[in-house]
Design a protein around this ligand. Structure first.
Ligand code: FES
Length: 165
C-alpha cells in the first residue's frame, strides 16, 4: 500500500499538466534558456521567438520537472505570448503561482524555475545587444533565487542518490 499523500494541486495545475499548452522544442527560436539541474531532472527549457519590435511572438517549453513545473511553464508561455519583452521581464514566480490557483509551498521552486528560465532567456537575448534601461545590470533577487534553488536541487539529489546507492 502506498503511503504517499497526493499533493493538493489546484484544478488549473491538473488541467495544464494533462493538456499543457505550448509544449515542445522550437526550431526557429530567437533565444532559449534552461533553469534547473539536468543531473536530477527538475529542469525546464524555454524557447522564445522575438520579433524586431522586441515582442515575444511565440513561446514554447520543454519540461523535465513535475506536474507543477509543467503547469507553471505552460501558463507562463501563454502569458508572455504577444507581449513586449519588457513586460515579460516583470513577471514574478508568485504571479505564476497565483494564476495557477496557488501552488503547495513545497512546489514553489517549480514556478521559480519557470520564471528563472524566462529571465535567463531575456538576458541571453540582450547579450549581444544594447541593454535597455529597464534591464538591471546586476542579477535581481529573483535571478539569485533561481541559482539558490538549483544548488538546493543538486544537493537534495546527491543526498537522495547516496541513500539509494
Ligand atoms: Fe517540480 Fe522540482 S520541478 S518538484
Amino acid at each position: 500500500m502506498s503511503t504517499r499523500i497526493p499533493l493538493p494541486y489546484s484544478p488549473k495545475v491538473l488541467e495544464l499538466f494533462r493538456n499543457p499548452k505550448n509544449a515542445g522544442h522550437m526550431e526557429d527560436a530567437t533565444v532559449k534558456a534552461t533553469a534547473g539541474s539536468p543531473a536530477c531532472g527538475d529542469m525546464i527549457t524555454l524557447y522564445l521567438k522575438i520579433d524586431e519590435e522586441e515582442v515575444i511572438e511565440k513561446a514554447t517549453f520543454e519540461s523535465y520537472g513535475c506536474a507543477a513545473n509543467i503547469a507553471a511553464a505552460s501558463i507562463l508561455t501563454e502569458i508572455i505570448k504577444g507581449r513586449p519583452i519588457e513586460d515579460a521581464w516583470k513577471i514574478t514566480w508568485k504571479q505564476i503561482s497565483d494564476e495557477l490557483g496557488g501552488l503547495p509551498a513545497i512546489k514553489y521552486h517549480c514556478s521559480i524555475l519557470a520564471v528563472g528560465a524566462l529571465k535567463r532567456a531575456i538576458r541571453e537575448y540582450y547579450k549581444n545587444r544594447e541593454r535597455p534601461k529597464w534591464l538591471p545590470e546586476k542579477p535581481t533577487q529573483e535571478e539569485l533565487q533561481v541559482l539558490e534553488e538549483e544548488k538546493m536541487i543538486e544537493l537534495l539529489y546527491k543526498r537522495f542518490s547516496l541513500k539509494q546507492g
